[in-house]
Every structure is written in structure tokens, then in C-alpha cells.
Design a protein around this ligand. Structure first.
Ligand code: IVH
Length: 671
């Protein structure tokens, strides 16, 4: 049957619009003017208004927000599901029996599976229409994700156009990850800037994918493996194996360690073979995925609410390795807690070299019965913190030395104390130098006063030189004091002082968290800040009033009350106030932020990372925005500035070149 002319024209318009979306948003190389594009869209909207029965959810008119803008929400055309987990052979066999029941086969029939590694990264979904990439989005909640096309396209190999014959609709799904090596590199960089390291490659990958500026993402070598499809129309593949081969042919990166097997025992063999071998991989893997290979069978099996019935994940047990305890040392924490730490013969564990592992506290050391020289098993608690879990008693030689937990603080020698309701043994000396360094590190950390450029070594140096004794002293530092120190130059000293000044405007909850009161994490700090509104008020309230705060229990209330009535803390608070640190919830950006109220756009390549320039401008009170308008105050133009420069010139926006940039970053807006 021939389609009516309106339907034909609608199809034609949609195809044209999709193609021009692709030229504009993906290739950044439009073929037609905005006016021509608008007229195509207008015609389509009018036709759809006259023929509402022809409107389809995938029509370009149905997309809300701009497809090219990072973080625009977008609905996956088919939801992104998750997988059921199993941990042993019995559970895998149960899965196979169930498959066979559903397929009305004998329960013992071996199925054909494709076994793959389960990559520990972030799920992404790429939508191609008529072969043209339209958008790429994060998994989000499985139904709605966020557009990250430009960031995703920093990954080598991802085609923006599929080779013919292009299927009309295709969602391609995979996992974005960071190699262990790149993860280590990024963390070194973070630490050199005095920023907290990422906990694992997954978090680092998430941070890199969710960047406003694709240039920042491009500096982190993200990678991806593709392994499945969502909506698919017109793709002629019959099995998971064929699909992965088709991905390879199209240029999508796929994981090479896949294997087709017959029956669940063979699939289990695949899983077992990777438990140890995964340590040698350059990326994090948290299990294997076993998929029914045939697409016909997959279709027959279908889905339950959140997972397919044709696939199952096998989770690897948390990795453990054996090593030797070379020594046991005791560290002093911010609150004075004495934490025993095992110094180990270095071992590779889940991608990082581990040479120290926590022994938590005195009770834990006693329970383990660990001695210096013991062979022990270690693992990563929560996948992150190395921990000694077991002593290999049978490997003792008799030469091991027992470890008497010290009665005094290893840093200042003050007799240690243990509160009746606590496991932690603490150094009660408020001036213990061990505590002071940790306390200052905590004070400047990102979630606290967020003072960048003051790493561990800088703090040590300032303490050694007796330039600071506690956090309040930071606000008295001068350029003359800093510049002669070996860890500072003129520029870094200036930057640090600006950071310190900017920190005076942090919200009250961050200040409360920064004070390092025992039991006051950032959540409690927020509750207290909201409830009392100012530090002054909080210092005056009774213990009973503190206990009334929702979610604040008696232990926390007592800890806050006692900390704030400690003369040492009172003195610290008074000196922070005197230095001009904002202590009310309403502390708003002050007028002494030299760039307050000014807006900047950055374009072109700058001598230093754009994100650094942006952060510093913001620290000085400026707003940094993406696109130039008549409201923009300044355009910072590096080399190869592109169309933003022309637009700024046309609108009469003031241009700042690289030469003037340093002045601006020192807090002097150009005249
Ligand atoms: S297939 C219907 N294959 O694991 C879901 N998923 O726990 C089909 N993942 O959301 C997913 N590696 O983000 C599949 N080789 C692989 C995978 C994999 C990692 C992730 C994926 C999924 C999660 C499920």
C-alpha cells in the first residue's frame, strides 16, 4: 500500500533533520543554515499537528532540550536493565535448569552460552538513526540518562556513522572504563594539586565522563567496551557472538576475552579461569557475564522486571593475597585515635600495589593475634581499603615477634586513653603534632574548606617552619613568608593565598565539618548548620538543645557540646572569626572577592589547563559560562579561538588575551 503524501513527507523530513542533527551536533560541521534547519523543523511540526496519528516517540520533534548539550536528560528507547548475580556453581546450574524449563526442554540440556568479562565501569547507550549517531547518554536510572556525546567521542574507535546497510534504529550499549595505569596517573595529578584522589577507576571514570568541558575529558584517556544492544530495527545478527563480531567490523571496541561454551559447567570453567587471571588485566573486572548465545532463544526467554532471563552475572570473590608483615606501626589520626597499620611486603591486589594495610584498633590486633613477621591474607574492604583479614598460623616459623599495643602516643608520648564505650585508643593531647598535621589536612580538604594547593608536604613544611600551629594560622600567612620556602614559588604562593582568602566564604556546614569534631561528618555538619544557622549560636546551645536536632543522637550531641566548650576549640573559633571566616549559614559571596559579579567565557587553547583557569576564576568570585552573549563581561581567548571570538567581537565583549590572563587570575579585572 502506498503511503499518503503527508506520511511520505514526514518520513523524508525526519530523515533530513536527523542527518542535519548529526552534522551539527556530532560532526560540528553543519551543511545548512540555522534558518533552513528551522524551516524543516517547522514544516515537520505543522504536518504532525495536522496528522497527530503519525507522531512517533522517535520523531525529532519529540526530543526535549538540545541534543548537543551535555547533561540534557534523554530517555533510552529501551530501558537499560541490570543483571542477576550468582556466586557459585549451584546457582549457575539452577539458572540453566530454569532456562530449560522455560524453553520446555529437558532440565539437563546443555545450552550454548557466550561468556564475557563483566567490566567494572559505567554503562552508556549510543543511539544511531539511519546509521547516524544522534546522541550518547549515561545509564542514569536505566530509563533516563544524560547526554554525554561529546565526552564519549573522546574515546578512540567509536564510529559516528555506521557502515551500510545502516539499520533505521539502533541503540548500542557498553561500558566506559579507565585503565589501572590511567587511574594511577590521574590520581598522582590529583594529589600533586592537593586534591583528594579518586577511590577507584570507576569513580574516576564517572568524574571524567560527567565533565562540562570535553577538553577535560579528553585529557583523561577513557576507554570503552561495547557488548549489547537496546532498541534494534533492521540489524541482521542471530547471536551474541555475531553481534560482537559486527561491533568489531564497525569499529566499536569490544573485549577480546569472550568465549563460546556448551553447558553451564564449561561456563563456570570460564569464570574460574578468570578469578586469578583478572589481576593481570589492565582494567577492573568484577565478574563474568554468561549470556544465552542465540538471539531467537533470548527473545523467547524475555525479561523479568529489571533483568533479562537469558543472562546472569557471576561475581568474583573479593581478591585476597598472602604477604608478610614486616612491621606494625601506629598512626595518630585527626581525633587522636591510634590506628595500628601493618607494613607489608608489597603485593599487587586488584590493580594497585599494596604495602600497608589497616589493623583498625587494639581489639582487632588482639583478635587476629598478628605478630611482626607473620604471613597474612589481605583484601580490600569495600573494594578500596587494604585490610589484614587472617594470620596464616600454619606458616609460623617461631621467629615472629609479638606486638604490644603502646600505652603512650607514638608521636608525643602522652599516655593514651580509651573511653568506656569506644574501641579506639586515643592520644588526649590537643597539641600532639601528629594530630595537628592531620587536622590541618582535614581542614583544607575539598569537602571542608576546599583550599587547593596545600598538600601533605606543604603542610609539613609550614609546620616545620613554625609558620602555622593550627588551621586559624593559615589566614595569617603572607606572601613574604611563603615565597622563600622550597615548595612554593611566587605564583603558587599567590594562588594559595587566594585560595585561603576564598575559603573564608565557605558555607557554614563546610566550616563545621572542617573543625574536625569527632562524629561530625558532612551530613551532621549540614544538619547542625541548618538547625542553628550560625557558629556563634551553636556555641551557646545546651546539650539538650543539641539532642533535639533530628537525626542527631546523644553520642554526637555530647561530642559536639564538649568539643565546642573545649578552651582550645573556643580559641580556634575566635581566631577564625577574627580572620574574617564566615560563620553564619547566610554567609554570601563577599565584596572582597575581586571578580565577584563578573562573567567570563573561555575559548581556544590556553597555556594551562582550562579547568584550572576556570576554578581559579570561580574562586575569585567570577562566573564562568559556556557561551558568549551580550551579558558576558570578558572573553578569555587562547590560541585557535574559533567562532566565540568573532561573536564576542561582534557583541563588543571585552577580550582578554593570554598575556592579560595572569593579571586577571591575580584578582585584577582588566579595565
Ligand atoms: S550485558 C540487560 N555484558 O553490568 C543487561 N553487562 O550488573 C545486559 N556490564 O548494567 C548487560 N560488563 O553496565 C553486560 N559484558 C557485559 C558487561 C555488562 C559490565 C555491566 C552493565 C550492566 C551491569 C549489570
Amino acid at each position: 500500500m502506498r503511503k499518503p503524501p503527508a506520511a511520505q513527507r514526514i518520513t523524508q523530513l525526519r530523515e533530513q533533520i536527523r542527518y542535519h542533527n548529526y552534522r551539527y551536533h556530532i560532526l560540528d560541521d553543519p551543511e545548512i543554515s540555522d534558518a533552513e534547519y528551522d524551516s524543516l523543523m517547522r514544516e515537520l511540526r505543522e504536518l504532525e499537528a495536522q496528522h497527530p496519528e503519525l507522531v512517533t516517540p522517535d520523531s525529532p520533534t519529540q526530543t526535549v532540550g538540545a541534543l548537543g548539550d551535555t547533561f540534557t536528560p534523554v530517555n533510552h528507547l529501551v530501558p537499560m536493565l541490570s543483571l542477576d548475580n550468582t556466586f557459585n556453581l549451584e546457582e549457575l546450574q539452577e539458572f540453566e535448569r530454569k532456562l530449560n524449563r522455560l524453553l520446555a526442554l529437558d532440565e539437563a540440556t546443555p545450552q550454548e552460552y557466550l561468556c564475557e568479562l563483566k567490566i567494572d565501569g559505567l554503562g552508556v547507550n549510543l543511539y544511531y538513526q539511519q546509521g547516524y549517531l544522534q546522541w550518547a547518554a549515561t545509564r542514569g536510572n536505566g530509563v533516563t540518562g544524560e547526554i554525554i556525546t561529546r565526552n564519549l567521542l573522546t574515546i578512540p574507535g567509536i564510529p559516528t556513522q555506521l557502515g551500510p546497510p545502516a539499520p533505521p534504529h539502533l541503540e548500542i550499549r557498553g561500558e566506559v572504563y579507565l585503565s589501572w595505569e590511567e587511574f594511577a596517573r590521574i590520581n598522582q595529578l590529583q594529589e600533586s594539586k592537593g586534591k583528594p584522589p579518586f577511590k577507584n577507576p570507576r569513580n574516576a571514570a564517572a568524574g571524567s565522563l560527567r565533565q562540562k568541558d570535553p577538553a577535560v575529558t579528553a585529557e583523561r584517556s577513557l576507554r570503552a567496551f561495547f557488548y549489547t544492544i537496546g532498541l534494534s530495527e533492521g540489524l541482521e545478527v542471530k547471536s551474541q557472538q555475531e553481534l560482537l563480531n559486527w561491533f568489531d567490523a564497525q569499529g566499536f571496541p569490544t573485549n577480546p576475552y569472550r568465549q563460546r561454551v556448551q553447558g553451564m559447567e564449561a561456563a563456570y570453567g570460564y569464570c574460574q579461569s578468570w578469578i586469578q587471571r583478572r589481576e593481570k588485566l589492565d582494567f577492573a573486572v568484577d565478574g563474568a557475564v554468561i549470556k544465552v548465545n542465540s538471539f531467537t532463544l533470548q527473545e523467547e526467554l524475555g525479561f523479568v522486571s529489571s533483568a533479562p532471563r537469558w543472562a546472569i552475572a557471576f561475581k568474583f570473590p573479593a581478591a585476597e593475597v598472602a604477604t608478610r608483615v614486616l612491621d606494625i606501626v601506629v598512626q595518630v589520626g585527626r581525633t587522636g585515635a591510634l590506628t595500628p597499620v601493618a607494613v607489608l611486603e608489597p603485593r599487587l591486589l586488584e590493580g594497585t600495589v599494596v604495602s600497608r594495610a589497616t589493623l583498625h584498633n587494639r581489639d582487632h590486633v588482639e583478635r587476629l593475634g598478628v605478630r611482626i613477621g607473620d604471613r597474612v591474607l589481605i583484601h580490600k574492604a569495600g573494594g578500596i581499603i587494604p585490610e589484614v583479614i587472617k594470620v596464616l598460623n600454619e606458616e609460623r616459623t617461631g621467629r615472629e615477634r609479638s606486638f604490644p599495643f603502646p600505652d603512650t602516643c607514638p608521636v608525643c608520648g602522652t599516655p593514651a586513653v580509651q573511653a568506656p564505650e569506644e574501641v579506639a585508643v586515643r592520644c588526649p593531647n590537643p597539641d600532639c603534632p601528629g594530630k595537628v598535621a592531620v587536622r590541618i589536612r582535614h581542614f583544607v580538604s575539598r569537602r571542608a574548606m576546599n583550599i587547593e594547593g596545600l598538600g601533605e608536604k606543604h603542610i609539613e613544611q609550614l609546620l616545620d617552619q613554625e609558620l602555622i600551629r593550627d588551621p586559624a594560622d593559615l589566614y595569617q600567612l603572607t606572601l613574604e613568608q611563603l615565597v622563600p620556602l622550597d615548595r612554593f614559588g611566587e605564583k603558587s604562593a599567590q594562588n594559595l593565598l587566594q585560595q585561603i582568602t576564598a575559603s573564608k566564604q565557605r558555607p557554614l556546614n563546610q566550616l563545621l565539618f572542617a573543625l574536625g569534631i569527632q562524629h561530625v561528618g558532612d551530613r551532621t555538619a549540614l544538619l547542625l548548620a541548618r538547625h542553628f544557622g550560625s557558629l556563634e549560636r551553636l556555641c551557646q546551645v545546651s546539650l539538650e538543645e543539641l539532642e533535639q536536632v533530628p537525626e542527631v543522637g546523644p553520642v554526637v550531641a555530647k561530642s559536639v557540646y564538649e568539643a565546642l566548650h573545649d578552651p582550645e576549640m573556643a580559641d580556634l573559633i575566635q581566631r577564625l572569626q577574627a580572620a574574617g571566616v564566615g560563620t553564619t549559614a547566610a554567609s554570601s559571596p563577599s565584596q572582597d572577592q575581586p571578580l565577584a559579579g563578573l562573567s567570563f567565557v573561555i575559548t581556544g587553547t590556553l597555556a594551562r589547563p582550562r579547568r584550572e583557569v576556570k576554578a581559579q576564576l570561580e574562586t575569585l568570585g567570577a562566573r564562568v559560562i559556556d557561551s558568549v552573549s551580550a551579558q558576558t563581561d570578558f572573553l578569555i581567548a587562547g590560541s585557535n579561538p574559533g567562532s566565540k571570538l568573532a561573536k564576542a567581537q561582534a557583541l563588543g565583549v571585552k577580550i582578554v588575551d593570554e598575556g592579560q590572563l595572569e593579571q586577571v587570575l591575580a584578582g585584577k579585572p582588566p579595565a
